[in-house]
Each structure stands twice: as C-alpha cells, then as structure tokens.
Design a protein around this ligand. Sequence first.
Ligand code: ZN
Ligand code: ZN
Length: 357
Amino acid sequence: MALMKTAYFYGGKDIRIVEEAIPEPGSGEVLFKVMSAGVCGSDLHNYRGHRVRDDVPWQQGHELSGEIVALGDGVEGLEIGQHIGIEAEHLLGCGVCRSCRDGQYHLCPDRGLRHGVRQSSHGFSQYDVCVAENVTVLPDDVSFDAAALVDCYACGVHAVNRVPDVAGRSIAIIGAGAIALTLGQVLKARGAASVVLIGTRRQPVDVAVAAGAAAVGVVLSEQDPVEAVLEATEGEGAAVTFETVGGRSQLIQQASEMTRRGGVVSVLGLFTKPQTIDPGLAMERELTVQWSNSFSTWNGESEFSSALELVRSEQVNPAPIVTHRFGLEDIAEGFAIADDKRSSGAIRVMIRPWGVG
Ligand SMILES: [Zn+2]
Ligand SMILES: [Zn+2]
C-alpha cells in the first residue's frame, strides 16, 4: 500500500503530520498531487481558538493546485500529468436545488455535501481527490502558487460581478489581507478609476499599493479612514466600498460613512457580532448594502475560470501576495507565520507538500 504524508488538525496549535494510504479516485473523481495550498484566514479560526470543532482530527487546505496522477472511472477530457486548479470541495452544490439549477451552487443549502457526507479539500496533504467537475486545467504559464491563489481572486471576481460596473469609479476597500489585495487587483483589471485601501498597519498597506491593488493606502493609526476616502474622492465618497475584514468591529457603519450617495457597500468579511448601522444615513444616501459569499458562475461563466484568466493574462499579479512558502513537515511554522502577520509580514503563506524548491 502506497503511503503519503498529510496534516491532521487536533485543535488549536496541535497539527500532526501522519502517514496514511494514498486515497483512490472514485467514479468521476481525480487523484492529484497537491503542489501548493494557501493558508486562509478561515484555516486559522480554530488555530486561534475562535471556533471549536467536534470532528477532531480534521484535514483542511481549500486554496490548492496540483498535478493529476490518476483518473477514476468515467472521467473524460483530463489526462495524467496535467497541472490543475481545483475549486474547493466545500463549494460543491447538490446540482438539483433552485440555486444549483440557476448556476449559483455557492448558495446551495446542501453546499459541501455529497451523498450526505461533508466534503472538504485536503490541500495540506501530498495527495487529494476531487470530483472532475471541480478541475480546471492550468495554462502552461500559470504557476502552482498563482493557481492556489485563484480561489481568492474568484471571491473578488464574484464580489465585483455583484456590484454596478466599477469602470471609471472610485472604490474603497476596508482591509489589507489576501482577499483585499486580490480584490484590489481585480478592480484595477476591471477599470476602476482609483482604489483607496484601508488597513491597520503600514506594511501590508504598502504591499497593497506596490502590488497594484490600490492607488492610495490609508493606515488607521495615521489617518481617519472616512476622511481619507472623502479626501481622495473630492468629498463625494466611494461609489462602492468593499468590507473584507469582518469580525467584531462595527465596520459596516464605517463603510456606509465613506460611501457616496446612491452607492453600494459590499460585505465580504465574516462578522461574528451583530452590526449596528445608522438607518438615517443609509436612507439619506439611499445606500445598498449587499453580501458576497465565495463564488460560482456569473451569466453562465465560471468565476473560477474568469479569475484564472485574469492570472494567465497577467491582468492581476499574485507574486507579491504570496510572501512565504513552507514544506508540509514545516506546516506548524507556516501556520505560526500566517497567524502572526504583524511580525512576519505575511500576506499569503503557501504550503508546498512536495517541498518549496
Ligand atoms: Zn480561503
Ligand atoms: Zn443545490
């Protein structure tokens, strides 16, 4: 029996590398070597003790890319050796509900279930299997690290698809993490006139500006964010404000204050506390507040493929966003670096199960 290494998460900072059998691809499935997998903020929730799971130990790693090594029965149009991007298994739809029939499988009430079993991608593992429908063959010139970041870009593509055309408009982004930076690059590719990006610290804000994700970087400790956006927009406010932080702060109200009359607030951050907004201000400005959750298809087109095309055509630039790489045996260090962005300067940490070389 051929063995592989994979990471199991036992809760908090207890991550163990275990040897186990390489999975076999079932009917309609693809077995692939995982080449890169990003450490997402959601992977850190439990690590930081913010979310307790009852399915200990578990595997994770949903921002991933790889190389096909075996095909299950009935898989057509794919070949062993192909380099692939993978849409995360937790986004699988049931295929028959109204949302799935409308192409909005990210809104499927049974999202992530197959035959009643919860599915997830195991990017922090040398091999993983996925359904063939979640595979996109990579163009030759897209690296594995860039392909692992397509999940983030696709979230940005979906958020931008949901708001009015951003071409020629002034935009604000709250946040300076990987979602904010990839979103800022998508906005630039879609022709946004200028993007003001707001972060709590100077270093990631500077990275965002250098990476082309924003024209203006605002650091909270140095400048009032609402004033900064008004200043950058001739007193009008942003046509669209994207909130990417979530958590416990009252950021939807702050986003509303920096958004112009008739504008849109788009929420990508996951809030863990109820939000208070001033309805008087929202009424006076006739604001639209909307949420954006993951991605699926838009007008019949895969948002994952749209994001991959932005990477391929170099309209977005993943290189400055991937700041660190670790082998699987060093995953604990990779998580520690991703957890403490303040001292590490990390934006996105990649785990490379076959080594960093
Ligand atoms: Zn993620
Ligand atoms: Zn469904």
